[in-house]
Write a protein that binds this ligand. Structure first.
Ligand code: SAM
Length: 213
């Protein structure tokens, strides 16, 4: 059977089943909507949170912070763990720090204001989960592979490798530009790697979820 078509009515129904968001997350959703800041939606936030809890991940790496929305979902799910997150945009990094503070998470969130690819090369740390939320921004398949390799090197058995925008609005089927080629290439890397078990879940723009065996 094909995946059910998400009509507006069905989307409203699903929205009605979402967990309530606290004032910090609710404010961030409003701000992101008003200012067109690309963040995950609450369905994906709740999904990320569940994945981290189920895997009992304590050290989470995120590539692409924006203003810290997904970071808050991830960090809260670690129950006392830590988040290391990369963001190149100065204004967004500042806002993310302030939002982590507002959520009472400042001590456990390290916002690194630097390029994720270069930063990750120098970062000598291990993680239980890695969330890639900038697949769309890589310049080439070569960089995409480099980021995949760098994340894999920092995960142990049982670690989670998650990436957003795995469907790239459907363009992955017949990639027409470099971004969609990169995402399709990433999906192949994950699917073909015998160290991983994986699935692409069609939440929003698609979430690639893989676990290191
Ligand atoms: C989709 S947004 C992240 C959204 C965030 N994860 C959320 O859902 O709340 C991607 C972010 O990555 C940042 N970015 C793009 N390329 C980057 C790079 N090479 N290194 C670090 N950050 C980058 C962008 O400025 C943007 O804020």
């Amino acid at each position: 059977m094909n995946t059910v078509q998400i009509t507006d009515e069905l989307q409203d129904y699903l929205d009605g089943l979402l967990p309530a968001r606290d004032p910090v997350l609710a404010r961030m959703e409003d701000e992101a909507h008003r200012e067109n800041i690309p963040i995950v939606d609450a369905h994906e936030g709740a999904f990320l949170s569940l994945l981290v809890r189920i895997a009992n991940a304590k050290r989470v790496l995120e590539l692409g912070t924006a203003i810290g929305y997904s970071g808050i979902w991830l960090l809260r799910a670690t129950s006392g763990g830590t988040l290391t997150t990369f963001e190149t945009d100065h204004a967004r990094a500042l806002r993310a720090r302030s939002n982590f503070a507002a959520a009472g998470l400042a001590e456990r969130a390290l916002v690194l204001e630097q390029d994720a690819v270069h930063g990750l090369e120098k970062l000598n740390a291990r993680f239980d989960a890695c969330f890639i939320d900038l697949l769309n921004s890589f310049p080439s398949e070569e960089v995409t592979r480099k980021v995949f390799d760098l994340c894999m090197q920092r995960l142990d058995g049982g670690g989670l490798l998650i990436a957003d925008n795995a469907l790239r609005q459907g363009l992955v089927v017949k990639p027409t530009n470099q971004q969609s080629r990169n995402v399709a290439f990433y999906n192949q890397l994950v699917a073909k790697d015998s160290r991983l078990e994986s699935v692409v879940v069609p939440i929003r723009d698609g979430v690639s979820v893989a676990r290191v065996k």
